[in-house]
Design a protein around this ligand. Structure first.
Ligand SMILES: Nc1ncnc2c1ncn2[C@@H]1O[C@H](COP(=O)(O)OP(=O)(O)OP(=O)(O)O)[C@@H](O)[C@H]1O
Ligand SMILES: [Mg+2]
Length: 223
């Protein structure tokens, strides 16, 4: 496993409401704890109506193996993330639902991470919506800021690997020169699955999708 630099690395996750961001980060944090990678979470979800399902609330219900801290106001998110990142470790930053009104908090996260994971359910409608993130990246460049290296994570994927929309979405993104992670997160609705996992100890057995996501992100952030 590639060693992380002394100052560690920061990985953010963005995506529309309900795309599985907090679920992914809770599992990946638990996975890193299980394999001995020092990691912490920073919850930059705006406190509010969706608070019940936030990464911070999850970590208050059960020990996920790594501490989660509430992000400060936007101007201090970067310095706080750097301060909290364990030596040779990772800081995983969770964000609230991306929508057209997304503002300072999302921009503050984007400006302070080494890698951005864009959680995207593979449907034409979601692809359409992804455009608003790409416009935000253009806006950053217009301000002289460098958007973070971004990789797409296909989430809530139909478990049938031959489902056309998953392959088509991947092919479309790759054709547009975007990087799509090999790992996909299946939509699971059964008992004991991701759908019911909020507030429970994340199941991160080796080889599971979330464990593979953790491994792939480690490779991506250290390459
Ligand atoms: N892979 C999955 N399969 C099925 N259900 C899932 C999966 N991932 C998450 N869910 C469920 O979907 C809902 C939204 O998940 P989650 O809270 O992780 O999304 P989010 O992107 O963090 O949402 P928000 O933008 O509101 O913070 C939850 O009820 C969760 O249990
Ligand atoms: Mg969330």
């Amino acid at each position: 496993m590639a060693r992380l630099p002394a100052e560690g690395k920061r990985i953010g996750i963005i995506g529309k409401g309900g795309s599985g961001k907090s679920t992914a980060w809770a599992h990946v944090l638990a996975y890193y704890a299980s394999i001995g990678v020092p990691a912490i979470g920073q919850d930059a979800d705006e406190p509010g109506e969706k608070e019940k399902g936030s990464l911070l609330t999850w970590s208050e219900k059960v020990d996920i193996g790594a501490p989660v801290y509430r992000a400060p106001a936007a101007p201090r998110i970067g310095e706080e993330a750097r301060r909290l990142t364990p030596p040779h470790g990772l800081c995983l930053i969770d964000t609230g639902a991306w929508d057209r009104r997304s503002g300072n908090t999302h921009f503050a996260v984007l400006a302070n991470i080494d890698l951005c994971v864009f959680a995207l359910p593979p449907t034409p409608m979601e692809m359409e919506r992804a455009g608003s993130v790409l416009r935000a990246y253009k806006q950053m460049r217009d301000f002289g800021l460098t958007p973070p290296r971004t990789v797409f994570l296909l989430t809530l994927v139909n478990p049938n690997p031959n489902t056309a929309s998953t392959k088509e979405t991947r092919d479309d993104l790759v054709a547009d020169n975007f990087q799509v992670l090999t790992t996909t997160i299946p939509r699971k609705d059964g008992r004991g699955s991701y759908a019911q996992s909020f507030g429970t100890k994340p199941d991160v057995r080796p080889g599971s999708p979330m464990a593979r996501l953790g491994d792939e992100l480690l490779r991506e952030v250290t390459r």
